[in-house]
Write a protein that binds this ligand. Structure first.
Ligand SMILES: NC(=O)c1ccc[n+]([C@@H]2O[C@H](COP(=O)([O-])OP(=O)(O)OC[C@H]3O[C@@H](n4cnc5c(N)ncnc54)[C@H](OP(=O)(O)O)[C@@H]3O)[C@@H](O)[C@H]2O)c1
Length: 326
């Protein structure tokens, strides 16, 4: 019997809530080595919005089922039925059933809440790699980041705290300060006053930039000579603004990071090693980012419009179970 799936798909790029479509697709027969997975929960990440608008770094062949991360449960194939799995960098989570290669998925223990598991493949690895792969930080070293209340920003705070690195965290709303301090942030600043003017006497080795424009420039100005500035997001949608002197007199190194590229070059052993190191933080709930609202898949248009709003109190999630026909 053929297996049907309800999908949120993209046939042509444009305004996310206008171009997304709910369709019924038929899945091909399961091949050896494949598994049938019923997605449970998936977040709407900035990358999903960028794929919909056609501004993401990779352009999937259309039509495509959307959703760049999530968690699902195996229902058939070469892995035990009932096993929860995630599959890093396998677009196609916004649906009620999908086929994956068993070799591409990673089992997730059932005791990890689905909402947490659904957001483990992108943001915690992004935070971890940026803290580990650019500068050799030692306990007591300082780093700075903007968009510090973002999903990635919160993971940076959690991982840095566990490793003994000190974080300076820039946000645009002062009501976020106590929340981030409770997560382990050493210093939280708003950008009302230029950030570089608010920081003195600290040797900052790493700056993580998810905003661009003036915000990127301000955090670059706080860096010690030979410090490294890593751009991984562009939420402000403005080009980087850099002072010549940061390069000439301080030799600040401007780098970029894309977790998709990391996964593309990573072996399965690399991925397992990373998650093994992150496991205690996962189990301690350190990556439990706030959730503002969960929508059923069929309400995808409302969910996308909500996810694009600024100043949310947390992530917007999609529940695929709620989308299944009664
Ligand atoms: N390169 C990679 O591999 C990689 C991987 C993961 C994520 N990312 C990027 O990292 C960024 C954060 O992702 P996320 O999933 O953590 O996001 P998120 O949890 O949805 O949070 C979005 C963040 O962006 C801030 N923001 C929104 N518009 C802004 C603006 N115009 N100026 C300054 N800040 C603004 C928000 O601040 P408010 O709360 O004040 O609105 C919030 O802190 C995104 O750019 C995403 O594409 C990159």
């Amino acid at each position: 019997m053929s297996q049907k799936t309800t999908v949120a798909c993209l046939r042509e790029v444009g305004i996310p809530e206008q171009v997304v479509r709910i369709e019924e697709w038929e899945l091909p027969a399961l091949q050896p080595g494949q598994i049938l997975v019923e997605p449970l929960i998936s977040p709407i990440n900035p990358a999903d919005l960028n794929i919909l608008t056609g501004t993401y770094g990779s352009k999937p062949t259309l039509p495509v089922v959307l959703g760049n991360e999530g968690v699902g449960v195996v229902t058939a194939g070469s892995l035990p039925a009932g096993q929860r799995v995630l599959a890093p960098m396998q677009l196609g989570w916004w649906c009620t059933a999908r086929i994956l290669n068993a070799a591409e998925v990673f089992p997730i223990p059932a005791e990890i809440p689905a909402e947490v598991a659904a957001m483990l493949a992108v943001n915690p690895p992004t935070a971890y790699r940026m803290l580990m792969d650019f500068v050799e930080l030692k306990p007591g070293d300082w780093l700075i980041q903007n968009a510090a209340n973002s999903g990635v920003g919160r993971c940076v705070i959690a991982i840095a705290k566990a490793k003994g690195f000190h974080t300076i965290n820039v946000v645009r709303r002062k009501e976020l300060i106590p929340e981030l301090e409770a997560l382990g942030a050493d210093l939280v600043l708003t950008d009302e006053t230029p950030v570089a003017k608010q920081i003195t006497g600290k040797e900052i080795k790493l700056a993580l930039n998810a905003v661009g424009g003036e915000s990127a420039r301000q955090i670059a100005k706080t860096l010690a000579p030979h410090g490294t500035h890593v751009t991984y997001g562009a939420m402000g949608r403005e080009p980087l603004r850099l002072d010549n002197g940061l390069l000439i007199f301080r030799d600040i190194r401007f780098r970029g990071f894309w977790v998709s590229d990391w996964y593309r070059h990573a072996t399965r052993a690399d991925i397992i090693a990373m998650f093994t190191e992150l496991r205690p933080l996962i189990h301690a709930g350190k990556f439990n980012v706030p959730i503002e609202q969960t929508y059923p898949l069929v309400k995808i248009r409302e969910a996308l419009a909500h996810a694009a709003r600024a100043e949310r109190t947390g992530k917007i999630l999609l529940s695929m179970k709620a989308a299944a026909p009664a």
